[in-house]
Design a protein around this ligand. Structure first.
Ligand code: GUN
Length: 303
C-alpha cells in the first residue's frame, strides 16, 4: 500500500500488466494456450482508432494474439453480425471487443447481444450483466474493475464502507455499484436528479465520479479522508496555456472532480489524465486471459 495521496494509474496499470503477462507465459508453457483478443473497429472515428491501436500494442506486449478487424464506415449491420458470428466460432479467439460507438446504421445493442457471453471481455452483454449482479463468474466491465482494484489497493477490505457513485451508465456507474455491493459496501448511485448531492457525497468513504461533466464534483463535497476515483475525461479550454497556431485557445483534460480542492480533503485520489484510464486496457487483457482459461476448462488465476 502506498502512502502517496495521488494514485498513479500508469504505474498501477504497468504493474498489473506485468502480472497478467506472467500468467500468460505460464498458461503458454503449461497448456500451450495463447489467449487471443479480437477487436472490431467500424469507421474512422479518430479517438476510437487510437484506442484500438493501443489495445493491439498492449495485447501483443502481454504475449497474447491480437486480431484486428477494421471495417469501412458504411459497413452494414449484417456484415458486422456475420463477422461476430465467425469470431464466436473461432477457437483461437477468446475475447471479442466491438469498439463503440458504431456508425448510425448499426444497432449497437443487437451487435453486443450477438457476442458469445463467454467471449464478452467488455462485460456489456445482458448475460454478463446478469452474472455480475447475481454473483456468478462474470467477465466484468473493464473500467469499473480497474477502479475496484485501485480501491482495494488503498483501502484493503472494503466491507461496511459507504460508497457513492455519481453516474448511472451501463459501462461504469451500474457495474461499479454491483462490484462495490459484492464487496459489502453500502452503495448509493447518484445521478442528475439526486437531491442534496453535496450532502450525499460528504457521507461517502469512497466517491466514484463518472458523470462526464468537467469538475462538477466540488472539492468540499469530499469527506475528509475519503478515497476519490475520477473516471471522467473532459476536454476544456485552458486560456492559461495560451493559444494554438490557428488562434484558438489551447485545451486540457480534466476529470469530473475539482481536483485541486478535492486532493486537500481526500486520503487518496486519481488524477486525470494518468488515473483510471491506463487500467482499462490492463483489465481488458485480464478478462481475455480469464476467458481463455474458462473456455479451455482451466482454473483462471485470481487477478
Ligand atoms: N469505446 C470507448 N470505451 C470503450 C470500451 O471500453 N469498450 C468498447 N467496446 N468500446 C468503447
Amino acid at each position: 500500500m502506498t502512502t502517496d495521496k495521488i494514485i498513479d494509474g500508469k504505474a498501477f496499470a504497468a504493474n498489473f500488466l506485468g502480472i497478467v503477462s506472467k500468467e500468460v507465459k505460464r498458461l503458454k508453457s503449461s497448456h500451450e494456450l495463447e489467449p487471443g483478443l479480437a477487436v472490431v473497429l467500424v469507421g474512422n472515428d479518430p479517438a476510437s482508432a487510437v484506442y484500438v491501436r493501443n489495445k493491439g500494442e498492449r495485447t501483443r506486449e502481454a504475449g497474447m494474439h491480437s486480431f484486428e478487424h477494421r471495417l469501412p464506415a458504411d459497413t452494414s449491420e449484417e456484415d458486422v453480425l456475420t463477422l461476430v458470428a465467425h469470431l464466436n466460432e473461432d477457437a483461437t479467439v477468446h475475447g471479442i471487443l466491438v469498439q463503440l460507438p458504431l456508425p448510425h446504421q448499426i444497432d449497437e445493442q443487437k451487435v453486443l447481444a450477438a457476442i458469445n457471453p463467454d467471449k464478452d471481455v467488455d462485460g456489456f452483454h445482458v448475460t454478463s450483466v446478469g452474472r455480475l449482479w447475481t454473483g456468478g463468474d462474470a467477465l466484468v466491465p473493464c473500467t469499473p474493475y480497474g477502479c475496484l482494484l485501485m480501491l482495494k489497493d488503498r483501502l484493503g477490505d472494503l466491507s461496511g464502507k459507504r460508497a457513492i457513485i455519481v453516474g448511472r451508465s451501463n459501462i461504469v456507474g451500474k457495474p461499479m455499484a454491483a462490484l462495490l455491493l459484492a464487496e459489502s459496501c453500502t452503495v448509493t448511485i447518484a445521478h442528475s436528479r439526486t437531491q442534496d448531492l453535496p450532502e450525499r457525497c460528504r457521507e461517502a468513504d469512497i466517491l466514484v465520479a463518472a458523470v462526464g461533466r468537467a469538475e462538477m464534483i466540488m472539492g468540499d463535497w469530499v469527506k475528509p479522508g475519503a478515497v476519490v476515483i475520477d473516471v471522467g475525461i473532459n476536454r476544456v479550454e485552458a486560456p492559461e496555456r495560451g493559444v494554438k497556431e490557428d488562434g484558438t485557445v489551447k485545451t486540457k483534460l480534466v476529470g469530473d472532480v475539482e481536483y485541486a480542492e478535492a486532493i486537500k480533503r481526500a486520503s487518496a485520489i486519481t488524477p486525470v489524465p494518468g488515473g483510471v484510464g491506463p487500467m482499462t486496457i490492463a483489465c481488458l487483457l485480464r478478462n481475455t486471459l480469464v476467458a481463455a482459461c474458462q473456455q479451455n476448462g482451466i482454473e483462471p488465476p485470481v487477478l
